[in-house]
Design a binder for this molecule. Structure first.
Ligand code: PGI
Length: 445
């Protein structure tokens, strides 16, 4: 058996817009994802989060599932539009749902890990420029201060942002996510303002003297060259800079990668958003780095690509329902690289999991492929720990099937199946497998 350390944090993760529903309850205002999902053609089959998993009303049953699972922590996000529903209006009562949720988690012996922002920006802030506007930085700080004052003594772990790369590139550059813009200059400005708001919120957390830990979650994708040819190796370096170092370097080293500034600013602009002192703020020391890992990238040199001169090629591993290669070695390589290039920063894997075409058969879901995926990735994490890696915990994405952004409800990541007709929850075989891993604090050899 491969044992994990005493006190290793086992968890599951969700996000507000993906599971809560109740989008018109408790005084909640509209978010950019309400707008985007209700815009025809943006989300598969016209799906949206109006009901989602109805976690807003069913959270006690869901906490019972977590308690039976045996996890020690639950990562969830707070919906900003519940606290700032419209311009000039703060609705602290919008936090009442989260206060109930947090008290119930604490009573169940489960450590709340709160993500302050997981993409559901209030629509009125987007109307005012959204993450393209520097004004949003101070609004995010104001929002964070309300959370810290209302929940700071109850919540021991805070994540400022979930995946600023996605919020900026998918939301403002590629248009695949809300607010659905295709403007690279805005994407780079949005990325900078997301990072800047992270730094100001970390500083605020310190100023308030709160006793918990605060960090940021980044989606990180290790990049491998398609061949050992020098031009492919150089292409992998450029993709790594665009995919990973763009956020890792400012947060952990206080500087953007030089080549990114040069190459990107020349092609798309956007770095005019950087003002003196910004990088000092962004690199405010954090207590941990949250890592979301799903798969790797394999790239070859491609002069025809205007921005980075790269072309993605498929890896040779099996694929999940998201058409992502199953590549557990990538998790070990990623964690080792972080330790090598960024020092011994404490790490939580704040998301890892897989989507598969789950079917209910006689009241059960035999998701052996998901068990295999998780077992391989737990083993990669264990290898890193064995080598002295500073890995604090592991949150499986996701506790339950939920709204998978532009894919709607067509992709299932949960270890608990959700029947969207009845909203019934059915623990999958992977739930019982994970329950045993937590009991043993170990995985089979
Ligand atoms: O796609 C599964 C999960 C999402 O449901 C989470 O909300 C999000 O934090 C998250 N990030 C990633 C990896 C980056 C990514 C995000 C969206 C689409 C493609 C890749 C995978 N996931």
């Amino acid at each position: 058996m491969r044992k994990f350390p005493e006190g290793f944090i086992w968890g599951t993760a969700t996000a507000s817009y993906q599971v809560e529903g109740a989008t018109r309850e408790g005084g909640r205002g509209r978010s950019i994802w309400d707008t985007f999902a209700h815009t025809p053609g943006k989300v598969a089959q016209g799906h949206h989060g109006d009901v989602a998993c109805d976690h807003y009303h069913r959270y006690l049953d869901d906490i019972q599932l977590m308690k039976d699972l045996g996890i020690s922590s639950y990562r969830f996000s707070i919906a900003w539009p519940r606290v700032m529903p419209e311009k000039g209006r703060v609705w602290v009562k919008g936090l009442d749902f989260y206060k109930r949720l947090i008290h119930a988690l604490l009573e169940a012996g489960i450590r709340p890990a709160v993500t302050i922002y997981h993409w559901d920006l209030p629509q009125w802030i987007e109307d005012d420029g959204g993450w393209n506007s520097r004004e949003t930085v101070s609004r995010f700080r104001e929002y964070s201060e309300i959370l810290f004052r209302e929940l700071g003594d109850l919540v021991p772990m805070w994540i400022t942002h979930n995946e600023p790369w996605c919020a900026s590139i998918l939301g403002y550059g590629l248009g695949a996510h809300a607010p659905g813009l295709c403007d690279w200059r805005r994407a780079y400005r949005a990325a900078h303002h997301l990072l800047l708001s992270h730094g100001h919120t970390v500083r605020l957390y310190r100023e308030l003297g709160l006793k918990g830990e605060i960090g940021i979650t980044l989606n990180l994708t290790p990049v491998y060259p398609a061949s050992s040819r020098p031009e492919d190796v150089a292409a992998a370096h450029r993709q790594d800079m665009f995919q990973n170092r763009w956020f890792l370097d400012p947060v952990l080293k206080g500087a953007y990668p030089e080549e990114l500034l040069r190459r990107v600013d020349a092609v798309v602009g956007g770095f005019d958003a950087v003002q003196p002192g910004d990088l000092e703020v962004i690199s405010a020391p954090i207590d941990f780095l949250g890592v979301n890992y799903y798969s790797r990238a394999v790239v070859a040199d491609d002069p025809a690509d205007p921005l980075l001169g790269v072309r993605h090629v498929p890896g040779e591993g099996p694929r999940t329902e998201m058409d992502w290669e199953v590549y557990p070695e990538g998790l070990y390589d990623l964690l080792s690289r972080l330790r090598r290039d960024y020092g011994d920063v404490p790490i939580y894997i704040t998301e890892n999991g897989a989507a598969y075409d789950d079917r209910v058969e006689g009241g059960s879901v035999h998701d052996t492929n998901r068990i295999e995926y998780l077992a391989l990735h737990f083993a990669a994490a264990h290898r890193f720990l064995e080598e002295g890696g500073n890995l604090r915990g592991y949150y499986v994405w996701s506790l339950m099937d939920n709204f998978e952004w532009a894919f709607g409800y067509t992709k299932r990541f949960g270890i608990v199946y959700v029947d969207y007709e009845t909203l019934a929850r059915i623990p999958k075989d992977s739930y019982f497998w994970y329950q045993q891993v937590i009991r043993d604090r170990a995985i089979a050899p």
